[in-house]
Ligand binder design. Structure first.
Ligand SMILES: C[S@@+](CC[C@H](N)C(=O)[O-])C[C@H]1O[C@@H](n2cnc3c(N)ncnc32)[C@H](O)[C@@H]1O
Length: 203
């Protein structure tokens, strides 16, 4: 009951933005801003970008695309007149040609995806990025001995919390992780900077 009410409230774009801010979104923003120089930024896709809050980091050039499955979140993006474009699409079927995207953000999305969906989404992201692209992934993780984290997971809409080890193993199927950070604003968060692995040569 309490959980359902929390989910309904957080679905409202302005409540959602407030919750993201309280959850430490700025600490992720800072890490993203510190990394963007490592990639070209002609096309930046924020996969599961929600209300497109992160577009502000890319307001000074290039095309920021907020891709999300939730039309209500994208309406929030439009109402605020945010930077870039909004795209209603599924992370497991990214509507971009191969190697046409420079930078992908995947922040606080993996726990909304079952393992098979996450594997497909990561493979899609690697495909659209091509070998020169860069993935910046930030994700709250499951830590059994962290009581606050356990409480937050209880109310979270995402049904697939994972440990950093499990998440890292999934990411490494398609990517090489070139930089990693972990910190604890409320949840234990991991941040990966990752490059797509070169596809295996076909015989
Ligand atoms: C917790 S929010 C994170 C939003 C934003 N990335 C951030 O860091 O503030 C998770 C987002 O992932 C989106 N999402 C979940 N499954 C998705 C999918 N299969 N394809 C695209 N977006 C998805 C949800 O609609 C939601 O906006």
């Amino acid at each position: 009951m309490l959980r359902q009410l929390a989910h309904r409230l957080v679905a409202l774009p302005w409540v959602y933005d407030l919750v993201q801010t309280l959850a430490g979104t700025q600490s992720v923003d800072r890490r993203i801003a510190a990394q963007v120089g490592r990639a070209a930024r002609r096309v930046v896709v924020d996969v599961g970008g929600g209300t497109g809050q992160r577009g502000q980091l890319f307001a000074d050039g290039g095309l920021y695309v907020c891709l999300d499955l939730d039309a209500q979140k994208l309406r929030g993006w439009r109402l605020r007149g945010r930077t870039g474009r909004a795209l209603l699409a599924d992370a497991t079927r990214c509507p971009f040609a191969s190697a046409t995207v420079d930078l992908v953000l995947l922040t606080a999305v993996a726990h909304h995806l079952a393992t098979e969906q996450l594997e497909r989404a990561l493979a899609e992201i690697a495909r659209v990025l091509g070998p020169q692209g860069l993935l910046l992934l930030a994700e709250p993780t499951w830590v059994p001995w962290h009581p606050l984290g356990r409480l937050l997971w209880h109310f979270d809409r995402g049904a697939h919390p994972r440990s950093a080890e499990t998440l890292g193993a999934l990411v490494r199927r398609d990517f090489e992780i070139v930089h990693e950070e972990r910190w604890t604003p409320l949840h234990r968060v991991v941040f990966y900077v990752a490059r797509p692995r070169a596809p295996a040569p076909s015989c």
